[in-house]
Ligand binder design. Structure first.
Ligand code: MRU
Length: 386
């Protein structure tokens, strides 16, 4: 069974599921402009590194698709230079929506490169626009098959590790952080893809997932996806990871990534680093699962990864369905946002991501395979998996 898709496409029309309302309300909202795409990414109506890259690319493709169909054609389709002057600022603007996930910059850079190649090849503006549409759609399309590939690589690797230590490779308990499933990607997921693969191949006992506060990607989104996929799962609060590792047989931790530096240092949802420190203490394999497009070879190590800090207010609020459940006039569950801190609290530390040093990571899995560190090394050579 496929999970809920974060983006729906029909010709040049795009809709996204409003992740702020999940899991109690499944509402698709149309994205009809670059500005709406920027706002949806910034406000986290759509989130997850690959998904925001896909939306940015599709928003540009759909903007150009509408332009090509309109009569009279807009003036920016009259010359390649005019097209560049129209599109480049839009790419730059989309890129500013969120800073940490490299996929957003990767998607906008790919479109900028396609634009420049068209200009260099002396193509006319309409042909370049059509090339950009194809490139934008390819960015979204490529995601699902590469997720399936990395899920298989990582799943088989973990089963093998367990067998090497004398285990059967069956009934594995695997923990994850945040949400890395079909809502965070174009389908199947990265770390959640690995867990899905283990379930589909009969190797999984339970998927454990942290709530991932303050945005609750775990308790709202991963819980929802695992339920729809009928994968046995157990939620824990972020502060319970140490306890889980002390009292349960956890075969591995699989997490996604927003940006992986050349040495393997990995930025991912805040709380990932805590889990990695505890995993090292307990000798549990810690696996990062992410597409090649999440690896930023321009950055030597994690110290140069820009970390997004979200508005303080977001850490003071919790949104959800009123409980006991009640239906509102539209027949949907009434939702509310409540403040859980005293009014006027100003001192709030709210980084959205943290960086896990390569030293604490056992394996980095991409669609090309599994990288592990050479014996005695604290960083990865990622050249074989990028
Ligand atoms: O702030 P978010 O929800 O966009 O953060 C998402 C994560 O940290 C994910 O783990 C990461 O983007 C990988 S998604 C396949």
């Amino acid at each position: 069974m496929a999970g809920l898709a974060s983006i729906r496409r029909n010709g040049h029309k795009i809709e996204i599921v409003n992740q702020l309302l999940l899991p109690h309300t499944v509402e698709f909202i149309p994205i009809t402009s670059i500005e709406e795409a920027h706002d949806a990414i910034k406000s986290m109506k759509i989130r997850g590194a690959p998904a925001i890259g896909s939306l940015a690319a599709l928003a540009v493709a759909s903007d150009l698709g509408r332009a090509l169909e309109s009569a009279p054609a807009p003036s920016f389709l009259e010359s390649p230079q005019a097209l560049k002057e129209y599109i480049q600022p839009k790419l730059d603007y989309l890129y500013t929506a969120r800073p940490t996930a490299v996929n957003l910059g990767g998607a906008t850079r790919r479109l900028a490169n396609a634009l420049q190649s068209g200009i260099n090849a002396a193509k006319d503006a309409k042909t370049i626009a059509r090339d950009l549409i194809a490139e934008g759609q390819a960015i979204d399309d490529e995601d699902v098959s590469r997720n399936k590939a990395m899920a298989k690589w990582g799943g088989e690797w973990l089963v093998d590790q367990v067998k090497q230590k004398g285990g059967s490779g069956k009934e594995l308990n695997v923990m994850t952080v945040c949400n890395t499933g079909s809502l965070a990607t174009s389908g199947y997921g990265t770390a959640l893809g690995l867990i899905t693969y283990l379930h589909e191949t009969g190797h999984l006992q339970n998927a454990y997932f942290t709530q991932s506060t303050p945005y609750h990607q775990g308790s709202r989104l991963t819980a929802f996806e695992l339920q729809s996929l009928q994968i046995p799962s157990v939620m824990l609060c972020d502060s319970m990871v140490g306890s889980l590792f002390q009292h349960n047989n956890i075969a591995g931790i699989a997490v996604g990534a927003d940006r992986i530096a050349r040495n393997g240092d990995t930025a991912n949802k805040v709380g990932t680093y805590n889990a990695a420190v505890l995993a090292a203490r307990h000798g549990i394999p810690f696996i990062v699962v992410a597409p090649v497009s999440t690896v930023d070879l321009d950055i030597a190590d994690g110290s140069s990864i820009p970390i997004e800090h979200r508005p303080p207010l977001e850490a003071c609020l919790v949104r959800g369905a009123l409980f006991p459940f009640s239906e509102n006039a539209e027949g949907t569950r009434a939702q509310a946002t409540v403040m859980v801190t005293p009014e006027g609290l100003t001192g709030v530390y709210n980084p959205s991501f943290d960086v896990t040093p390569a030293e604490l990571i056992t394996a980095i899995v991409t669609e090309k395979g599994v990288a592990i560190k050479e014996k005695g090394q604290t960083s990865f050579d990622l050249s074989k998996v990028v």
